[in-house]
Design a protein around this ligand. Structure first.
Ligand code: NAD
Length: 490
Protein backbone atom coordinates (compact mmCIF):
# COMPACT_ATOMS: atom_id res chain seq x y z
CA UNK A 1 0.00 0.00 0.00
CA UNK A 2 1.28 3.44 -0.85
CA UNK A 3 1.29 5.90 2.06
CA UNK A 4 -0.34 9.34 1.78
CA UNK A 5 3.10 10.98 1.34
CA UNK A 6 3.84 8.58 -1.48
CA UNK A 7 0.46 9.21 -3.08
CA UNK A 8 1.02 12.96 -2.83
CA UNK A 9 4.40 12.66 -4.55
CA UNK A 10 3.05 10.38 -7.27
CA UNK A 11 0.24 12.85 -7.97
CA UNK A 12 2.87 15.55 -8.59
CA UNK A 13 4.68 13.53 -11.28
CA UNK A 14 3.68 14.67 -14.80
CA UNK A 15 1.85 11.88 -16.61
CA UNK A 16 2.14 13.03 -20.21
CA UNK A 17 4.72 13.03 -22.94
CA UNK A 18 6.73 16.27 -23.04
CA UNK A 19 7.01 17.69 -26.55
CA UNK A 20 7.93 21.21 -27.64
CA UNK A 21 7.67 22.53 -24.08
CA UNK A 22 4.23 21.07 -23.36
CA UNK A 23 3.01 18.09 -21.37
CA UNK A 24 0.23 16.28 -23.18
CA UNK A 25 -1.46 12.89 -23.48
CA UNK A 26 -0.26 10.36 -26.05
CA UNK A 27 -1.80 11.04 -29.44
CA UNK A 28 -3.76 7.78 -29.35
CA UNK A 29 -4.84 8.37 -25.73
CA UNK A 30 -3.18 5.18 -24.47
CA UNK A 31 -1.49 4.87 -21.09
CA UNK A 32 1.02 2.47 -19.58
CA UNK A 33 1.03 1.27 -15.98
CA UNK A 34 3.97 1.71 -13.63
CA UNK A 35 4.34 -0.87 -10.86
CA UNK A 36 6.06 -0.87 -7.46
CA UNK A 37 8.23 -4.03 -7.65
CA UNK A 38 8.10 -4.42 -3.87
CA UNK A 39 4.31 -4.80 -3.80
CA UNK A 40 3.29 -5.60 -7.36
CA UNK A 41 0.81 -2.69 -7.18
CA UNK A 42 0.22 -0.24 -10.00
CA UNK A 43 1.31 3.17 -8.66
CA UNK A 44 0.69 5.45 -11.66
CA UNK A 45 -0.36 5.51 -15.30
CA UNK A 46 1.51 7.64 -17.79
CA UNK A 47 1.19 8.36 -21.51
CA UNK A 48 2.08 5.41 -23.73
CA UNK A 49 3.56 7.15 -26.75
CA UNK A 50 3.20 5.87 -30.31
CA UNK A 51 5.39 6.47 -33.36
CA UNK A 52 3.35 9.64 -34.07
CA UNK A 53 4.43 11.11 -30.73
CA UNK A 54 8.02 10.11 -31.50
CA UNK A 55 7.83 11.97 -34.80
CA UNK A 56 6.41 15.04 -33.06
CA UNK A 57 9.23 14.91 -30.52
CA UNK A 58 11.80 14.76 -33.34
CA UNK A 59 10.16 17.74 -35.06
CA UNK A 60 10.35 19.72 -31.82
CA UNK A 61 14.02 18.80 -31.21
CA UNK A 62 14.94 19.76 -34.79
CA UNK A 63 13.02 23.05 -34.60
CA UNK A 64 14.78 24.03 -31.36
CA UNK A 65 18.30 23.10 -32.51
CA UNK A 66 19.29 26.26 -34.46
CA UNK A 67 18.61 28.61 -31.57
CA UNK A 68 19.85 26.32 -28.77
CA UNK A 69 23.10 25.57 -30.59
CA UNK A 70 23.74 29.33 -30.90
CA UNK A 71 22.80 30.08 -27.27
CA UNK A 72 25.96 31.24 -25.47
CA UNK A 73 27.68 28.43 -23.59
CA UNK A 74 27.45 30.43 -20.37
CA UNK A 75 23.65 30.49 -20.61
CA UNK A 76 23.51 26.76 -21.29
CA UNK A 77 25.83 26.21 -18.35
CA UNK A 78 23.66 28.26 -16.04
CA UNK A 79 20.53 26.33 -16.95
CA UNK A 80 22.33 23.11 -15.95
CA UNK A 81 23.61 24.70 -12.75
CA UNK A 82 20.10 25.85 -11.76
CA UNK A 83 18.85 22.32 -12.48
CA UNK A 84 21.61 20.97 -10.21
CA UNK A 85 20.43 23.27 -7.40
CA UNK A 86 16.80 22.20 -7.88
CA UNK A 87 17.81 18.53 -7.77
CA UNK A 88 19.37 19.21 -4.35
CA UNK A 89 16.18 20.97 -3.18
CA UNK A 90 13.97 18.14 -4.41
CA UNK A 91 16.38 15.33 -3.48
CA UNK A 92 13.97 13.57 -1.11
CA UNK A 93 11.20 13.51 -3.73
CA UNK A 94 13.54 12.13 -6.38
CA UNK A 95 14.89 9.48 -4.00
CA UNK A 96 11.46 8.29 -2.90
CA UNK A 97 10.25 8.19 -6.50
CA UNK A 98 13.15 5.97 -7.54
CA UNK A 99 12.51 3.62 -4.64
CA UNK A 100 8.82 3.43 -5.54
CA UNK A 101 9.25 2.65 -9.22
CA UNK A 102 12.52 0.71 -9.15
CA UNK A 103 12.76 -0.78 -5.66
CA UNK A 104 16.24 0.13 -4.37
CA UNK A 105 16.47 1.04 -0.66
CA UNK A 106 16.00 4.76 0.07
CA UNK A 107 19.59 5.23 1.21
CA UNK A 108 20.78 4.01 -2.18
CA UNK A 109 18.28 6.22 -4.00
CA UNK A 110 19.67 9.20 -2.08
CA UNK A 111 23.14 8.15 -3.25
CA UNK A 112 21.90 8.11 -6.83
CA UNK A 113 20.45 11.62 -6.46
CA UNK A 114 23.93 12.80 -5.44
CA UNK A 115 25.63 10.89 -8.26
CA UNK A 116 23.03 11.80 -10.89
CA UNK A 117 22.98 15.46 -9.84
CA UNK A 118 26.75 15.69 -10.22
CA UNK A 119 26.48 15.27 -14.01
CA UNK A 120 24.51 18.52 -14.10
CA UNK A 121 27.16 20.36 -12.10
CA UNK A 122 30.10 18.79 -13.97
CA UNK A 123 28.72 19.54 -17.43
CA UNK A 124 27.63 23.04 -16.42
CA UNK A 125 31.36 23.52 -15.77
CA UNK A 126 32.43 21.79 -18.99
CA UNK A 127 30.00 23.72 -21.23
CA UNK A 128 32.27 26.79 -21.18
CA UNK A 129 35.50 24.83 -21.76
CA UNK A 130 34.88 23.49 -25.27
CA UNK A 131 37.93 24.53 -27.27
CA UNK A 132 39.48 24.06 -30.68
CA UNK A 133 43.02 24.90 -31.84
CA UNK A 134 44.93 27.07 -34.25
CA UNK A 135 48.26 26.22 -35.83
CA UNK A 136 50.64 26.54 -38.74
CA UNK A 137 50.72 23.55 -41.09
CA UNK A 138 54.10 21.75 -41.31
CA UNK A 139 54.76 23.15 -44.81
CA UNK A 140 54.31 26.70 -43.54
CA UNK A 141 51.90 27.40 -46.38
CA UNK A 142 48.70 27.70 -44.37
CA UNK A 143 46.94 28.05 -41.06
CA UNK A 144 44.96 25.17 -39.61
CA UNK A 145 41.89 26.01 -37.54
CA UNK A 146 40.08 23.27 -35.62
CA UNK A 147 36.63 24.09 -34.24
CA UNK A 148 34.00 22.10 -32.33
CA UNK A 149 30.28 22.07 -33.14
CA UNK A 150 27.24 20.43 -31.55
CA UNK A 151 26.41 17.26 -33.52
CA UNK A 152 22.70 18.08 -33.84
CA UNK A 153 19.47 16.50 -32.56
CA UNK A 154 20.13 13.41 -30.43
CA UNK A 155 18.08 10.40 -29.36
CA UNK A 156 18.80 9.21 -25.82
CA UNK A 157 17.57 5.79 -24.60
CA UNK A 158 17.97 4.94 -20.91
CA UNK A 159 17.53 1.76 -18.81
CA UNK A 160 15.51 1.19 -15.64
CA UNK A 161 18.27 0.46 -13.14
CA UNK A 162 19.50 4.03 -12.47
CA UNK A 163 16.48 6.11 -13.49
CA UNK A 164 17.98 9.53 -12.65
CA UNK A 165 21.71 9.10 -13.24
CA UNK A 166 21.39 7.45 -16.65
CA UNK A 167 19.21 10.37 -17.78
CA UNK A 168 21.43 13.16 -16.44
CA UNK A 169 24.59 11.42 -17.70
CA UNK A 170 23.26 11.87 -21.25
CA UNK A 171 21.06 14.99 -21.09
CA UNK A 172 23.62 17.18 -19.30
CA UNK A 173 26.52 16.77 -21.77
CA UNK A 174 24.15 16.99 -24.75
CA UNK A 175 22.71 20.30 -23.56
CA UNK A 176 26.13 21.59 -22.55
CA UNK A 177 27.38 20.93 -26.08
CA UNK A 178 24.41 22.74 -27.64
CA UNK A 179 22.41 19.71 -28.77
CA UNK A 180 18.66 19.21 -28.48
CA UNK A 181 17.32 15.80 -27.48
CA UNK A 182 14.51 13.28 -27.51
CA UNK A 183 14.68 11.09 -24.40
CA UNK A 184 13.08 7.66 -24.05
CA UNK A 185 13.21 6.23 -20.51
CA UNK A 186 12.54 2.54 -19.80
CA UNK A 187 8.83 1.69 -19.59
CA UNK A 188 9.41 0.14 -16.15
CA UNK A 189 10.69 3.41 -14.63
CA UNK A 190 9.47 6.47 -16.54
CA UNK A 191 8.44 8.55 -13.50
CA UNK A 192 11.86 9.80 -12.40
CA UNK A 193 12.65 11.07 -15.91
CA UNK A 194 9.35 12.95 -16.09
CA UNK A 195 9.87 14.46 -12.62
CA UNK A 196 13.42 15.48 -13.58
CA UNK A 197 12.18 17.00 -16.86
CA UNK A 198 9.89 19.27 -14.85
CA UNK A 199 12.97 20.30 -12.85
CA UNK A 200 14.64 21.34 -16.12
CA UNK A 201 11.51 23.30 -17.07
CA UNK A 202 11.54 25.06 -13.69
CA UNK A 203 15.22 25.85 -14.26
CA UNK A 204 14.30 27.69 -17.49
CA UNK A 205 14.53 25.06 -20.24
CA UNK A 206 13.56 26.56 -23.62
CA UNK A 207 10.79 24.78 -25.55
CA UNK A 208 11.88 21.83 -27.65
CA UNK A 209 15.40 21.47 -26.21
CA UNK A 210 14.42 18.34 -24.24
CA UNK A 211 11.50 16.16 -25.36
CA UNK A 212 10.44 13.04 -23.48
CA UNK A 213 8.43 10.10 -24.75
CA UNK A 214 7.34 7.37 -22.35
CA UNK A 215 6.29 4.23 -24.17
CA UNK A 216 5.79 0.49 -23.83
CA UNK A 217 6.61 0.10 -27.54
CA UNK A 218 10.34 0.85 -27.53
CA UNK A 219 11.11 -0.77 -30.87
CA UNK A 220 8.26 0.56 -33.05
CA UNK A 221 8.60 4.06 -31.56
CA UNK A 222 12.40 4.19 -31.79
CA UNK A 223 12.94 2.77 -35.25
CA UNK A 224 11.50 5.72 -37.23
CA UNK A 225 13.34 8.20 -34.99
CA UNK A 226 16.64 6.44 -35.67
CA UNK A 227 15.84 6.26 -39.39
CA UNK A 228 15.05 10.02 -39.51
CA UNK A 229 17.95 11.60 -41.42
CA UNK A 230 17.73 14.75 -39.28
CA UNK A 231 18.92 12.74 -36.27
CA UNK A 232 22.69 13.00 -35.81
CA UNK A 233 23.41 11.01 -32.66
CA UNK A 234 22.13 7.96 -30.80
CA UNK A 235 23.13 7.39 -27.19
CA UNK A 236 21.98 4.15 -25.58
CA UNK A 237 22.44 2.52 -22.20
CA UNK A 238 21.07 -0.98 -21.83
CA UNK A 239 21.70 -4.58 -22.76
CA UNK A 240 24.26 -5.63 -25.35
CA UNK A 241 21.60 -7.47 -27.40
CA UNK A 242 19.49 -4.34 -27.85
CA UNK A 243 22.63 -2.21 -28.41
CA UNK A 244 23.66 -4.48 -31.28
CA UNK A 245 20.22 -4.09 -32.92
CA UNK A 246 20.37 -0.32 -32.54
CA UNK A 247 23.85 -0.18 -34.10
CA UNK A 248 22.42 -1.90 -37.19
CA UNK A 249 19.56 0.61 -37.30
CA UNK A 250 22.06 3.46 -36.93
CA UNK A 251 24.24 2.29 -39.84
CA UNK A 252 22.25 3.70 -42.81
CA UNK A 253 22.37 7.20 -41.29
CA UNK A 254 26.02 6.72 -40.20
CA UNK A 255 24.94 8.07 -36.82
CA UNK A 256 27.38 8.99 -34.10
CA UNK A 257 26.67 6.37 -31.44
CA UNK A 258 27.45 5.96 -27.75
CA UNK A 259 26.74 2.50 -26.41
CA UNK A 260 26.89 1.75 -22.67
CA UNK A 261 26.13 -1.95 -22.64
CA UNK A 262 26.29 -5.00 -20.39
CA UNK A 263 29.12 -6.14 -18.14
CA UNK A 264 30.54 -9.26 -16.52
CA UNK A 265 32.91 -7.71 -14.01
CA UNK A 266 35.67 -9.78 -12.42
CA UNK A 267 36.48 -9.05 -8.76
CA UNK A 268 39.99 -10.39 -8.10
CA UNK A 269 41.23 -10.89 -4.54
CA UNK A 270 44.95 -11.71 -4.25
CA UNK A 271 46.44 -13.55 -1.30
CA UNK A 272 48.13 -10.34 -0.06
CA UNK A 273 44.89 -8.29 -0.11
CA UNK A 274 43.61 -6.44 2.95
CA UNK A 275 40.65 -8.78 3.48
CA UNK A 276 38.64 -6.24 5.48
CA UNK A 277 38.81 -3.83 2.55
CA UNK A 278 38.12 -6.61 0.05
CA UNK A 279 34.99 -7.70 1.92
CA UNK A 280 33.74 -4.09 2.22
CA UNK A 281 34.45 -3.60 -1.48
CA UNK A 282 32.67 -6.85 -2.35
CA UNK A 283 29.50 -5.74 -0.56
CA UNK A 284 29.40 -2.53 -2.59
CA UNK A 285 30.48 -4.02 -5.91
CA UNK A 286 27.96 -6.85 -5.63
CA UNK A 287 24.93 -5.70 -3.66
CA UNK A 288 24.61 -2.02 -4.57
CA UNK A 289 21.34 -1.63 -6.50
CA UNK A 290 20.47 -5.22 -5.46
CA UNK A 291 23.11 -6.44 -7.90
CA UNK A 292 21.33 -4.73 -10.80
CA UNK A 293 24.20 -2.59 -12.05
CA UNK A 294 26.25 -2.94 -15.23
CA UNK A 295 29.25 -2.42 -12.94
CA UNK A 296 28.15 -5.16 -10.51
CA UNK A 297 30.89 -7.70 -9.72
CA UNK A 298 29.74 -10.85 -11.50
CA UNK A 299 32.63 -13.24 -10.82
CA UNK A 300 34.62 -13.28 -7.57
CA UNK A 301 38.04 -14.69 -8.42
CA UNK A 302 39.81 -15.33 -5.12
CA UNK A 303 43.28 -16.76 -4.43
CA UNK A 304 42.95 -20.29 -3.01
CA UNK A 305 44.92 -19.39 0.15
CA UNK A 306 42.29 -16.82 1.21
CA UNK A 307 39.20 -18.18 -0.60
CA UNK A 308 37.71 -19.92 2.45
CA UNK A 309 38.30 -16.97 4.78
CA UNK A 310 36.89 -14.50 2.21
CA UNK A 311 33.85 -16.75 1.65
CA UNK A 312 33.20 -17.09 5.39
CA UNK A 313 33.36 -13.32 5.91
CA UNK A 314 31.14 -12.35 2.96
CA UNK A 315 28.61 -15.00 3.97
CA UNK A 316 28.46 -13.57 7.49
CA UNK A 317 27.84 -10.09 6.09
CA UNK A 318 25.18 -11.30 3.66
CA UNK A 319 23.35 -13.13 6.45
CA UNK A 320 23.02 -9.82 8.29
CA UNK A 321 21.11 -8.18 5.38
CA UNK A 322 17.45 -7.23 5.74
CA UNK A 323 15.23 -7.82 2.71
CA UNK A 324 12.08 -5.76 2.20
CA UNK A 325 10.43 -2.73 0.63
CA UNK A 326 13.07 -0.06 0.09
CA UNK A 327 11.02 2.61 1.89
CA UNK A 328 11.29 0.74 5.22
CA UNK A 329 14.00 1.60 7.75
CA UNK A 330 16.92 -0.79 7.87
CA UNK A 331 16.17 -2.56 4.58
CA UNK A 332 19.40 -3.33 2.70
CA UNK A 333 18.06 -5.55 -0.09
CA UNK A 334 15.00 -4.42 -2.03
CA UNK A 335 13.08 -6.32 -4.70
CA UNK A 336 14.38 -7.12 -8.16
CA UNK A 337 12.78 -5.13 -10.96
CA UNK A 338 10.25 -7.85 -11.89
CA UNK A 339 9.50 -11.57 -11.69
CA UNK A 340 11.50 -12.27 -14.84
CA UNK A 341 14.61 -10.98 -13.10
CA UNK A 342 13.89 -13.30 -10.13
CA UNK A 343 13.48 -16.28 -12.45
CA UNK A 344 16.75 -15.44 -14.21
CA UNK A 345 18.73 -15.24 -10.94
CA UNK A 346 17.14 -18.47 -9.76
CA UNK A 347 17.95 -20.28 -13.02
CA UNK A 348 21.60 -19.16 -12.90
CA UNK A 349 21.92 -20.34 -9.30
CA UNK A 350 20.28 -23.70 -10.07
CA UNK A 351 22.60 -24.28 -13.04
CA UNK A 352 25.67 -23.43 -10.92
CA UNK A 353 24.54 -25.76 -8.13
CA UNK A 354 23.82 -28.61 -10.56
CA UNK A 355 27.38 -28.21 -11.85
CA UNK A 356 28.86 -28.47 -8.36
CA UNK A 357 28.76 -25.05 -6.67
CA UNK A 358 28.09 -24.95 -2.93
CA UNK A 359 25.32 -22.73 -1.52
CA UNK A 360 26.70 -20.85 1.53
CA UNK A 361 23.54 -18.80 2.08
CA UNK A 362 20.35 -17.80 0.26
CA UNK A 363 19.51 -19.33 -3.12
CA UNK A 364 15.77 -18.92 -2.54
CA UNK A 365 12.98 -16.90 -4.09
CA UNK A 366 10.76 -15.13 -1.57
CA UNK A 367 6.99 -15.60 -1.68
CA UNK A 368 5.08 -12.59 -3.07
CA UNK A 369 3.84 -9.97 -3.17
CA UNK A 370 6.77 -8.32 -4.87
CA UNK A 371 9.74 -9.68 -6.82
CA UNK A 372 12.27 -10.70 -4.19
CA UNK A 373 15.30 -13.01 -4.31
CA UNK A 374 17.36 -13.76 -1.21
CA UNK A 375 20.93 -12.47 -1.14
CA UNK A 376 23.05 -15.48 -2.00
CA UNK A 377 26.67 -16.66 -1.75
CA UNK A 378 27.92 -19.55 -3.89
CA UNK A 379 31.44 -21.00 -3.54
CA UNK A 380 33.38 -23.46 -5.74
CA UNK A 381 31.52 -22.37 -8.85
CA UNK A 382 32.69 -24.69 -11.63
CA UNK A 383 34.04 -23.61 -15.04
CA UNK A 384 31.31 -23.76 -17.68
CA UNK A 385 28.57 -22.57 -15.32
CA UNK A 386 26.20 -20.06 -16.97
CA UNK A 387 26.64 -17.67 -14.03
CA UNK A 388 30.27 -17.05 -15.05
CA UNK A 389 29.30 -16.12 -18.60
CA UNK A 390 26.05 -14.18 -18.17
CA UNK A 391 25.28 -10.94 -16.38
CA UNK A 392 23.51 -12.05 -13.15
CA UNK A 393 21.75 -8.73 -12.44
CA UNK A 394 20.72 -9.93 -8.99
CA UNK A 395 22.07 -10.35 -5.43
CA UNK A 396 24.16 -13.46 -6.06
CA UNK A 397 27.86 -13.55 -5.16
CA UNK A 398 29.62 -16.34 -7.07
CA UNK A 399 33.15 -17.38 -6.06
CA UNK A 400 35.83 -19.27 -7.99
CA UNK A 401 39.44 -19.71 -6.85
CA UNK A 402 42.81 -19.41 -8.60
CA UNK A 403 46.42 -20.41 -7.95
CA UNK A 404 48.59 -17.67 -9.47
CA UNK A 405 48.48 -14.26 -11.14
CA UNK A 406 48.48 -15.60 -14.70
CA UNK A 407 45.51 -17.82 -13.94
CA UNK A 408 43.62 -14.89 -12.33
CA UNK A 409 44.20 -12.77 -15.43
CA UNK A 410 43.15 -15.61 -17.75
CA UNK A 411 39.87 -16.16 -15.86
CA UNK A 412 39.16 -12.43 -15.52
CA UNK A 413 39.61 -11.79 -19.26
CA UNK A 414 37.71 -14.92 -20.30
CA UNK A 415 34.56 -12.99 -21.28
CA UNK A 416 33.24 -11.06 -24.26
CA UNK A 417 32.51 -8.12 -21.95
CA UNK A 418 34.94 -5.49 -20.70
CA UNK A 419 33.22 -2.79 -18.65
CA UNK A 420 34.93 -2.78 -15.25
CA UNK A 421 37.17 -4.93 -13.07
CA UNK A 422 38.01 -4.83 -9.38
CA UNK A 423 41.38 -5.85 -7.96
CA UNK A 424 42.38 -6.13 -4.32
CA UNK A 425 46.11 -6.40 -3.54
CA UNK A 426 48.64 -4.65 -1.30
CA UNK A 427 51.39 -5.11 -3.91
CA UNK A 428 51.73 -1.89 -5.91
CA UNK A 429 53.63 -3.48 -8.82
CA UNK A 430 51.02 -6.22 -9.09
CA UNK A 431 48.26 -3.60 -9.11
CA UNK A 432 50.06 -1.79 -11.93
CA UNK A 433 50.46 -5.03 -13.87
CA UNK A 434 46.72 -5.62 -13.56
CA UNK A 435 46.03 -2.15 -15.01
CA UNK A 436 47.97 -3.29 -18.08
CA UNK A 437 46.59 -6.81 -18.24
CA UNK A 438 42.84 -6.62 -17.55
CA UNK A 439 40.73 -5.88 -20.63
CA UNK A 440 38.20 -3.45 -19.15
CA UNK A 441 37.41 0.22 -19.64
CA UNK A 442 37.48 0.89 -15.90
CA UNK A 443 39.15 -0.60 -12.83
CA UNK A 444 38.65 -0.32 -9.09
CA UNK A 445 42.03 -0.92 -7.45
CA UNK A 446 41.23 -1.65 -3.79
CA UNK A 447 37.81 0.01 -4.11
CA UNK A 448 34.36 -1.44 -4.85
CA UNK A 449 32.70 1.49 -6.69
CA UNK A 450 34.25 3.53 -9.51
CA UNK A 451 31.38 5.71 -10.80
CA UNK A 452 32.07 9.44 -10.74
CA UNK A 453 30.77 12.28 -12.91
CA UNK A 454 34.36 13.50 -13.45
CA UNK A 455 35.57 10.13 -14.80
CA UNK A 456 35.27 8.64 -18.31
CA UNK A 457 32.73 5.83 -17.82
CA UNK A 458 32.57 3.15 -20.49
CA UNK A 459 33.56 -0.29 -21.65
CA UNK A 460 35.77 -2.30 -23.98
CA UNK A 461 34.70 -5.24 -26.14
CA UNK A 462 30.94 -5.99 -26.09
CA UNK A 463 30.48 -3.55 -23.20
CA UNK A 464 30.27 -0.59 -25.51
CA UNK A 465 31.52 2.35 -27.51
CA UNK A 466 32.32 5.82 -26.19
CA UNK A 467 32.55 7.38 -22.75
CA UNK A 468 30.13 9.24 -20.50
CA UNK A 469 31.26 11.73 -17.87
CA UNK A 470 34.72 13.22 -17.46
CA UNK A 471 36.34 15.50 -20.05
CA UNK A 472 35.45 12.89 -22.66
CA UNK A 473 31.68 12.99 -22.03
CA UNK A 474 30.94 16.27 -23.81
CA UNK A 475 33.07 15.20 -26.79
CA UNK A 476 30.48 12.54 -27.63
CA UNK A 477 28.08 15.37 -28.53
CA UNK A 478 30.55 17.46 -30.57
CA UNK A 479 31.68 17.31 -34.18
CA UNK A 480 35.13 18.47 -35.24
CA UNK A 481 35.73 20.78 -38.18
CA UNK A 482 39.17 21.50 -39.61
CA UNK A 483 39.55 24.61 -41.74
CA UNK A 484 42.63 25.51 -43.80
CA UNK A 485 43.41 29.13 -44.67
CA UNK A 486 46.39 30.34 -46.74
CA UNK A 487 49.58 31.67 -45.17
CA UNK A 488 48.62 35.31 -44.44
CA UNK A 489 52.20 36.39 -45.43
CA UNK A 490 52.30 34.33 -48.63
P1 NAD B 1 17.32 -3.13 -22.18
O1 NAD B 1 18.34 -3.22 -23.25
O2 NAD B 1 16.24 -4.12 -22.15
O3 NAD B 1 16.59 -1.71 -22.24
C1 NAD B 1 17.29 -0.49 -22.21
C2 NAD B 1 16.45 0.58 -22.86
O4 NAD B 1 16.29 0.24 -24.25
C3 NAD B 1 15.03 0.71 -22.30
O5 NAD B 1 14.65 2.06 -22.38
C4 NAD B 1 14.21 -0.11 -23.27
O6 NAD B 1 12.87 0.30 -23.32
C5 NAD B 1 14.92 0.21 -24.57
N1 NAD B 1 14.72 -0.76 -25.64
C6 NAD B 1 14.53 -2.10 -25.56
N2 NAD B 1 14.39 -2.63 -26.79
C7 NAD B 1 14.50 -1.59 -27.67
C8 NAD B 1 14.46 -1.49 -29.09
N3 NAD B 1 14.27 -2.55 -29.87
N4 NAD B 1 14.61 -0.27 -29.65
C9 NAD B 1 14.82 0.81 -28.90
N5 NAD B 1 14.87 0.78 -27.53
C10 NAD B 1 14.73 -0.41 -26.94
O7 NAD B 1 18.14 -3.06 -20.83
P2 NAD B 1 17.58 -2.92 -19.33
O8 NAD B 1 17.09 -4.24 -18.88
O9 NAD B 1 16.66 -1.74 -19.22
O10 NAD B 1 18.92 -2.54 -18.57
C11 NAD B 1 19.79 -3.48 -18.10
C12 NAD B 1 21.01 -3.57 -19.02
O11 NAD B 1 21.60 -2.28 -19.15
C13 NAD B 1 22.08 -4.48 -18.46
O12 NAD B 1 22.63 -5.25 -19.49
C14 NAD B 1 23.11 -3.48 -17.94
O13 NAD B 1 24.41 -3.99 -17.87
C15 NAD B 1 22.99 -2.36 -18.92
N6 NAD B 1 23.48 -1.12 -18.35
C16 NAD B 1 24.67 -0.62 -18.81
C17 NAD B 1 25.19 0.53 -18.26
C18 NAD B 1 26.49 1.07 -18.75
O14 NAD B 1 26.76 2.23 -18.49
N7 NAD B 1 27.32 0.30 -19.44
C19 NAD B 1 24.49 1.20 -17.25
C20 NAD B 1 23.27 0.67 -16.80
C21 NAD B 1 22.78 -0.49 -17.37
Amino acid sequence: MTTSDEADLLARVPDGVFIGGRWRAAENGRTLQVTDPATGEVIKEVADASAADGAAAMDAACAAFPSWSRTPARERAELLRRAFDLVQERAEDLALLMTLEMGKPLAESRGEVTYGGEFLRWFSEEAVRVQGRYGVNPEGSGRMIVTKHPVGPCYLITPWNFPLAMATRKIAPALAAGCTVVVKPAALTPLTTSFFTQILVDAGLPDGVVNVITTSESGPVSEPIIADRRLRKLSFTGSTAVGQQLLKQAAPGVLRTSMELGGNAPFVVFEDADLDKAVDGAMLAKFRNIGQACTAANRFIVHRDVAEEFTRRVTERVQSFTTGRGTEDGVTIGPLIDDRAVDKADALVSDAVERGAEVRTGARTVDGPGSFYEATVLSDVQPGSDILREEIFGPVLAIVSFADEDEAVRIANDTEFGLVSYVFTRDLARGQRMIDRLETGMMGLNVGVVSNAAAPFGGWKLSGIGREGGFEGIGEYLETKYTLTPDPFG
